[in-house]
Design a protein around this ligand. Structure first.
Ligand code: ZN
Length: 134
């Protein structure tokens, strides 16, 4: 993946503010943070996103996300943490190398949650049925 930004960060061709690194994973600050301390955690092995990553790598990735989330929340005295994964372009994925966002949240950070919608007649039942039958 020659033109993958995160592979270039892994190889050191592009610098980053690393906060964690081991043999298989890397965590670094997002350069356009939602809040200070906004971190990206990635596997060093390239995969496009969570829909394609191998399960063993995903399990270990999530454990590191948990550990770093506790650390970041404690050190920054955050009131909460959002953990986000954007998969595919229309879901907001910009870099097509699997990454998990850790976003520290503060009581007065003025970020808004997504607004919810309502199901119309039988929509919920239809979706449940399709998913279960797949
Ligand atoms: Zn990559």
């Amino acid at each position: 993946m020659n033109d993958c930004l995160f592979c270039k960060i892994v190889s050191g061709k592009i610098p980053s503010y690393k906060i964690y690194e081991d043999e298989n994973f890397l965590a670094f600050l997002d350069i356009n943070p939602v809040n200070q301390g906004h971190t990206l955690v990635i596997p060093k092995k390239h995969s496009k996103n969570i829909l394609e990553i191998d399960e063993e790598t995903l399990k270990n990735l999530v454990i590191i996300v948990k550990e770093l989330s506790i650390k970041i929340k404690t050190i920054l005295k955050a009131d909460g943490i959002n953990i986000m994964i954007n998969n595919e372009l229309d879901a907001g994925q910009i870099i097509f190398h699997t990454h998990i966002h850790i976003i520290p949240r503060f009581a007065n950070d003025n970020l808004k949650h997504w607004s919810g919608k309502k199901y119309k007649d039988n929509e919920a039942e239809n979706i449940v049925e399709k998913i279960i039958e797949f």
